[in-house]
Design a protein around this ligand. Sequence first.
Ligand code: PLP
Length: 390
Amino acid sequence: MNSENDFTTRAIHAGQDFDPTTGAVIPPVYFTTTFVQDGVGGFRGGYEYTRGGNPTRTALETLLASIEGGDRAFSFASGLAAEDTLLRAALKPGDHILMGNDVYGGTHRLVSRVHVPVGVSLSTVEMGDLDAVASALRPDATKVVWLETPSNPLMKITDIAAVAELAHRVGAIVVVDNTFASPYLQQPLSLGADVVVHSTTKYLGGHSDVLGGAVILKDETLVRGESLADQVGFLQFGVGAVSGPMDAWLTMRGIKTLGVRMDRHSSNAQRIAEALVGHEKLERVYYPGLPDHPGHELAARQMKSFGGMISVAVRGGGETARRFAESMELFQLAESLGGVESLVCYPSEMTHASVKGTQLEVPENVVRLSVGIESVDDLLADLHSALTRL
Ligand code: PLP
């Protein structure tokens, strides 16, 4: 296995060497908090205490770095724990962070309610509008530009390379939350981004059974003249929001099938989006795979395919949209996304409730679908019968 191998090969083999003691093809889960020392400071394999490092977490971090094309990866207990550790490493009081105006509500809440109160300043911008991005950057203060593409839930597409060029001119780093696309569909580091973050809870884990987060970056990324990777590594240990061995192992197991799952998520979503366009009960379908989506050509350039997330605007307003979200059977009403099973969410009262009344507010008639890998005909039948009942 080497870095030249195809994505799908690396997803199965990177960090996954067989156990040298027993020959077990699947490396064991190291359920241990601490490691025996051969004399004080005589660490076997460098491990001392699991908050600082554990072989199962190392295996996941090696795998994450490989599939995102980064030099180093750090794994955390949740996506927000990963984001918080990165923000602590990258920002100091007085610094400014510029975020997309439709990032995940929890990310906005983390910055506005945890980091702003200790002196960071935040503004949001339409990331697709490069002139607006250029004017929102503050040459001496902006240290981080944070974007999601496709965005959540309106599926806006941002030109990662173009934003990176603008941000780098003022000395800011670009962070891409790659949760919606996954590294199989989009490789932000190769497009000029400096850092990728994930809620591995979603497509990477892939089965809605394990929470986790990750930060992946290149060695050469510096903040205040020091290695950002070293700072994130220090805070992962020093603050301690690490993933446990079982969570790390489950996430690795999920990643092995990421490629085949994403192919199926994308093809199911494409069929569903095409079938819903023009439906009399819907005002609009938001899916970058549709030729009239404003980001279609850009998405076709920077993504392998268009992913499994669709949003729709329902005619008749918030109450009707809410009833639609509550009336499906296969699409289960739940927070989260990216699992093999289809889910439906009513963002304005669920995932994005925390941004009500802010610039990030989601229209009340929007319903978000996380299209799973079930039979697409069954999924379409479920959607059509719910729409008919509206
Ligand atoms: N980023 C995105 C795009 C998300 O959708 C989420 C969660 O929904 C997060 C980050 C936060 O991740 P977690 O729930 O694992 O903390």
